[in-house]
Design a protein around this ligand. Structure first.
Ligand SMILES: CC(C)(COP(=O)(O)OP(=O)(O)OC[C@H]1O[C@@H](n2cnc3c(N)ncnc32)[C@H](O)[C@@H]1OP(=O)(O)O)[C@@H](O)C(=O)NCCC(=O)NCCS
Length: 154
């Protein structure tokens, strides 16, 4: 049962395997910038660096104590404004129920930045719908096959 009380809970050391197992689900990285599944030791290194980083925040998306997926904010440092790039993964078990749309809506509400970026594969229709529904607009070509969408607050 979906309610409106989605929680965004910062990840900690105990979430290492949850994040890895999510990445290993078949097809989940199909539209990622790097679509290869990382090796477990690469994941450990990546995860520990992200946990230590001042510029990354990763949250579990939780509904009624069930983990639905994860959302990550990576701050862009080469700007005078506060901008973060959003990456989002919803467990396919819970896909198509509006969780992604509600997660983006919530993360924008609970964080205070000037703008949010999303880099979306041109064939990732579901993701385009999610960000468009949250008023992200096409901005530019980011790299071949990927477009940059931006939402500006205020
Ligand atoms: C893309 C993703 C975030 C969507 O999550 P979700 O919770 O299923 O999305 P929502 O239910 O909020 O809404 C998605 C919309 O796309 C539609 N959709 C879902 N899968 C689709 C598909 N394969 N093709 C076309 N549309 C699709 C849904 O019907 C819904 O459409 P609507 O606006 O007409 O109602 C999720 O599939 C995912 O994590 N994919 C892998 C990682 C990824 O691509 N992340 C995004 C890049 S940052």
């Amino acid at each position: 049962m979906i309610n409106d009380a989605l929680e965004l809970i910062p990840v900690n050391e105990t979430d290492l395997d949850y994040l890895y197992n999510l990445q290993c689900i078949e097809g989940i990285r199909k539209f990622a910038l790097d679509s290869n599944i990382p090796k477990y030791d690469e994941h450990i290194k990546w995860f520990n660096n992200k946990l230590k980083s001042d510029t990354t925040k990763i949250f579990k998306i939780v509904d009624n104590d069930i983990i639905i997926g994860v959302v990550r904010l990576d701050s862009l440092l080469d700007s005078t404004e506060s901008i973060a790039e959003i990456s989002l993964t919803i467990d396919p078990k819970y896909a198509g129920k509006g969780y992604a749309k509600r997660t983006i809506n919530k993360i924008i509400k609970v964080t205070d930045l000037d703008a949010y970026h999303a880099v979306i594969h041109k064939s990732n229709i579901a993701s385009q719908k999610v960000f468009s529904a949250n008023r992200f607009s096409y901005n530019s070509l980011y790299c071949p096959k990927f477009n940059l969408y931006i939402y500006r607050k205020g």
